[in-house]
Design a protein around this ligand. Structure first.
Ligand code: BGC
Length: 387
């Protein structure tokens, strides 16, 4: 296991050693926890390449594990109101679990988060046909999206543990145009925030909508459903979908509907509202909420509070929208960490992004990336407790 210790720690260590060389300490104190990164093996791909697992740890004791297979967040721990740590994301113990097939647990989603209708779009008069993998639509990048490729990982220097992952998606991959260089940096901040900074460039006009697909359960991943989690979404409209979950183009006000999360509301309170056709189409919540603040600055998109543990997660983003999916398709067939079968609605996703199917909706904010410009996007998951 390789360890990377951040530079301020080394400076402190040298300073501390020279101090103690001159003075005898009155009493021995336990060393303060430090931020660090460790690397270990995560498994071998069928083609013989190996995947690694990186553990990012901050001085408070929070730890996040990331593998370069799919640039995937494997685990994420934070304390509850009693100071007890638990893993809050669904995932697998080793690469083998992910290779057996998982519904995007913790994965980096690209090139296009959520669906593109019929896997088709046109750019400057050329029609592109994508790999379709979801009842005739293209979902989350296609058959072999960015969640199923091996990324190049590089620990970064700095006073907070940070991991850079890069991938070159070749022109034509899954039907998308342009050689796309994509990069994400995961940084575990001192204040128990996990920051994701995305950048990408292309050599041909393309479309792009990157996100992360972590399934959170703030009570403890794998133990119970997320229906008691209280959610706030800073969104006054959402995008209704058709029966194949493609946006119709309408932006509907949430006021007076079961999609109104402008005040803290338990996810389970209205998720089974049989009268709402949108709930029927989604099998529950599986929709894109348009953030009221449409600026490209970092703003609070969502807050989740789990009342039994007091854990709180705030989601901040530079993106204009968030796809809230409450694990309606989890059915206990996928077995994850510690042999736990992940049952119906045991995880919730808050996927910060542009709108689904934007390439086919000129009125939606553009997802086109042109050569000579750089795609940039930042999302922060910030963890705390409420007493
Ligand atoms: C989508 C769901 C889909 C899930 C995949 C979500 O982002 O909105 O419809 O089933 O990802 O697991």
């Amino acid at each position: 296991m390789k360890k990377y210790i951040s530079s301020p720690f080394i400076a402190l260590l040298i300073g501390g050693l020279s101090f103690f060389a001159c003075q005898q300490p009155a009493e021995k104190k336990a060393p303060a926890p430090t931020s660090a990164m460790e690397k270990s093996s995560f498994g071998t791909l069928p083609d013989g390449r190996s995947a690694d697992l990186f553990t990012l740890r901050n001085a408070q004791g929070m730890a996040v594990k990331i593998t370069n297979y799919g640039s995937t967040i494997v685990s994420c721990t934070a304390p509850d109101r009693a100071g007890k740590y638990a893993d809050m994301v669904l995932g697998c113990d080793s690469l083998a679990g992910y290779l057996r097939g998982v519904p995007y647990f913790g994965a980096f989603i690209g090139r296009y988060g959520n669906r593109i209708a019929k896997g088709k779009f046109s750019l400057d008069g050329t029609i592109y046909s994508l790999a379709t993998n979801n009842i005739g639509n293209a979902l989350h990048g296609g058959i072999k999206g960015f969640d199923k490729v091996l990324w190049t990982a590089e620990p970064m220097q700095g006073d907070e543990p940070a991991l850079k992952l890069t991938y070159l998606s070749k022109d034509g991959e899954e039907g998308y145009p342009g050689n796309l260089k994509v990069e994400v940096v995961y940084t575990l901040l001192k204040d128990n925030s996990l920051k994701l900074d995305y950048t990408a460039t292309t050599d041909k006009k393309t479309v792009l909508n990157l996100t992360n697909h972590s399934y959170f359960n703030l009570a403890n991943a794998g133990q119970g459903d997320i229906l008691g989690h209280e959610l706030v979404l800073n969104a006054s409209t959402f995008l209704p979908v058709d029966s194949t979950l493609i946006p119709t183009g309408e932006r509907r006000p949430v006021a007076g509907t079961v999609f109104d999360f402008t005040q803290p509301t338990a996810i389970g309170a209205r998720v089974n509202d049989a009268k709402d056709q949108q709930i029927k189409f989604g099998g529950g919540y599986d929709h894109c909420w348009v953030l009221t603040d449409s600026s490209k600055t970092l703003k609070l998109a969502a807050t989740v509070h789990e009342p039994t543990t007091g854990r709180v997660m705030e989601v901040l983003t530079t993106e204009p929208a968030v796809q809230f999916y409450c694990g309606n398709f989890l059915d206990g067939t996928v077995v994850g960490k510690g042999g736990v079968a992940y049952a119906y609605r045991t995880g919730l996703c808050l996927e910060t992004q542009h709108y689904p199917d934007s390439p086919n909706h000129p009125a939606f904010p553009s997802t086109v990336l042109a050569p000579g410009t750089t795609y940039r996007s930042t999302t922060i998951y910030r963890f705390s407790v409420k007493n």
